[in-house]
Write a protein that binds this ligand. Structure first.
Ligand code: COA
Length: 615
């Protein structure tokens, strides 16, 4: 076994005071800069199954030149210097290139959503009771953040950097003309004590702490939500929040225009500063049980369009919980401050909290009416809102989502056959893609770099020469298919090991490229050829985000002709969310889902038939 799943350790051994958390953080190892030759060799190996022989030959020559001509060595030395001088040589560059410089809308393009099981309420009382408990659950989680008593997670016996947990509450992205920023109000002099609640496109400030610093009880929160509901019954309000779903340059301009007005500026600031947002959504059109999770995935990713719940969001807000009157439950989060695992860990905590909490009537201390946030809609703002509505509707029509609740087996089957479940699912995705397109493609799987100080992610490239041999062999029953599957899984596991230990190639290549920009030298040719472009055109952008709760994370594709695939392998079943774009004729989320299902079943049959034959 390479490493174990994240394991919270005994809380007693890991309670820290504020200062000791920072001290503890600096005890984590720094992200290494991998050896240059190793990255170059591994890069060439990853190209093998995805580029033509001529392209590969050309790239081999460029790589030789890069290694021997001194350019590579110079950039490598620059990176190593940077690594010595900074806490993490990658984090700032990564934050910029992956998130803050990215100009596409955050909705659908970068913000992941989480689909939770359907809740058993069908009316506003149920919705608000549920919302009140959920809010109390998040505040209970926040207690661990505030007291720095969050249990440290471990991977492969090594502690993980917990910093991301400290970035998701009270933070918000702010649009800029060329680059966005993220503000974290938790670390300011006056950390917020309010959340924002949005209903019928109207935003409210809800103070969630009493004057003595204790959090409101579930009962108190419920009462406050009722007041919010009652004062937001009109449905003809401008969906101001939809502005945040725009292309970032467009939103950047609209933002400056919006906050010219003092009232607007204060309202926007109250949202940005809030601990998190709760979106009380209007009911969506009913669909069959089979389609239900796919419909919720769309709702958490984009809100359903201008006439549904897309204006019931502030997409820049890091954490937004979505609770629909029809029992819908999920969340959407802005990706810049954190990856999926801390978010689902928070969900697991909240779900557990909600199971044990019942509404207990608390003594009625009158609480003031939650503040309704006012916006002055000038003709210019109105025009920006209209544009945002149109663009959102285009995005909604373009997103193709299918959530597959694969219930034939889960992690148990690959484990019984001594295979890594994650590698097994990745090979099923390879097989599914090959069967649909008769070729393989560049595939990205996120790998955690949290063993290192301020570590985020690197990529596991799931398409390898071994995965390609395996998927080809699956076409022909007379081949050693099982051996090839085992080999492909083993290679994936090795690549995973390398990635989580800071020895993958993608962030290193990014670093070398950024170093050449920093040095004001011309960008080396290895970053400009066809192979580099093919290697970075991820038709399959994938991630495993496991949780205890029966939920699934979802995100949009990385490429216009690609798929986004996020999965949660549970013991007995696997939840898989697949996205694509309708504007691409070649992709189809439901078809890909069927192909994945068939691939998983065929791979199980392969394991079981061979096991039976051996008996
Ligand atoms: N035989 C039997 N069991 C095995 C096995 C084998 N050969 N290999 C692994 N297992 C077991 C593991 O012990 C583990 O057991 P558990 O369920 O009791 O914990 C389980 O199978 C899962 O292991 P595996 O499937 O190999 O991988 P993983 O769950 O450790 O995850 C990554 C691999 C890459 C997903 C993980 O390391 C990672 O980096 N996660 C972060 C992803 C991320 O940040 N995503 C961002 C999204 S926004």
């Amino acid at each position: 076994m390479l490493f174990t799943k994240f394991q919270p350790v005994n809380t007693f051994t890991v309670s820290y005071r504020i200062s000791s958390f920072r001290i503890w953080l600096t005890g984590l190892p720094k992200l290494p800069v991998p050896p240059l030759k190793q990255t170059c060799e591994r890069y060439l190996a990853t190209l093998e199954p995805i580029v033509s022989e001529e392209e590969l030959e050309h790239t081999r020559e460029l790589v030789q030149e890069f290694l021997k001509g001194g350019v590579g060595e110079r950039l490598q030395k620059g990176l190593e210097r940077r690594a010595r001088k900074t806490e993490n040589w990658l984090s700032e560059w990564w934050m910029q290139s992956a998130y803050l410089d990215c100009r596409m809308p955050v909705a659908v393009y970068t913000s992941p959503g989480v689909v939770l099981p359907r809740m058993h309420f069908q009316d506003r009382q149920g919705q608000m009771r549920f919302a009140a408990k959920l809010i109390a659950g998040v505040l209970d989680f926040k207690k661990m953040i505030d007291t720095e008593t969050l249990p440290v997670e471990y991977l492969s016996g090594k502690p993980l950097c917990m910093d991301q947990y400290y970035q998701v509450l009270s933070s918000c992205r702010i649009p800029g003309p060329k680059r966005d920023t993220v503000v974290n109000h938790a670390i300011g002099m006056t950390p917020p004590t309010h959340i924002t609640v949005v209903h019928n496109f109207q935003f409210f400030v809800l103070d969630v702490y009493n004057s003595d610093g204790t959090p409101l009880t579930v009962d108190q929160i419920y009462m406050q939500l009722e007041k919010i509901w009652n004062s937001s019954l009109q449905t003809n309000k401008e969906p101001i929040g939809i502005l945040t779903s725009q292309h970032r340059n467009t939103w950047g301009k609209a933002y400056n225009n919006l906050i010219k007005d003092k009232t607007n500026k204060e309202s926007v600031r109250a949202i940005q500063k809030s601990i998190f947002t709760v979106c009380l959504d209007a009911p969506m059109p009913r669909v069959s049980d089979e389609l239900y999770p796919s419909r919720v995935a769309a709702q958490v990713l984009h809100g359903g369009g201008a006439r549904w719940n897309s204006g019931n969001r502030w997409f820049d807000k890091t954490l937004q919980f979505i609770i629909g009157e029809d029992g819908t439950c999920g969340l959407v989060y802005e990706h810049a401050p954190a990856e999926g695992p801390p978010i689902v860990f928070l969900i697991d905590h909240v779900v557990k909290y909600m199971q044990r909490t019942e509404i207990v009537r608390s003594p009625m201390v009158p609480l003031s009416m939650p503040l309704k946030l006012r916006f002055n809609i000038t003709p210019e703002v109105k025009r920006d809102i209209e544009k945002a509505k149109q663009n959102m509707n285009i995005m909604v029509h373009d997103l193709d989502v299918k959530v597959l609740m694969f219930d034939h087996f889960g992690k148990n089957v690959p484990k019984q056959h001594k295979l890594s479940p994650d590698a097994f699912v990745q090979m099923a995705l390879q097989l599914a893609y090959f069967r649909m397109y008769n070729t393989c493609c560049s595939t990205y799987e996120s790998a955690s770099l949290r063993m290192f100080l301020y570590g985020r992610t690197d990529a596991i490239r799931s398409t390898t020469a071994d995965s390609f041999r395996f998927v080809q062999a699956m076409q022909d029953p007379n081949t050693e298919r099982l051996t090839l599957l085992q080999k492909a899984v083993e290679t994936h596991k090795e690549n995973t090991y390398n990635a989580i230990h800071g020895q993958a190639i993608d962030r290193h290549l990014l670093g070398l490229k950024r170093q050449s920009i920093e040095d004001l030298t011309s960008i080396p040719e290895i970053f400009m050829d066809t192979s580099f472009a093919v290697a970075h055109h991820y038709n399959l952008s994938t991630s495993q985000v496991g949780s205890k709760t029966d939920c699934v994370m979802c995100f949009g594709p990385m490429e216009p002709d690609g798929y986004g695939v996020c999965y949660n392998p549970m013991d007995e079943h696997i939840n898989i969310a697949i996205t694509a774009f309708n504007s691409c004729e070649e992709t189809n989320a439901a078809r890909f889902a069927r192909s994945v299902e068939e691939a998983l079943l065929d791979m199980r049959a392969l394991l079981e038939d061979t096991a039976t034959a051996k008996q």
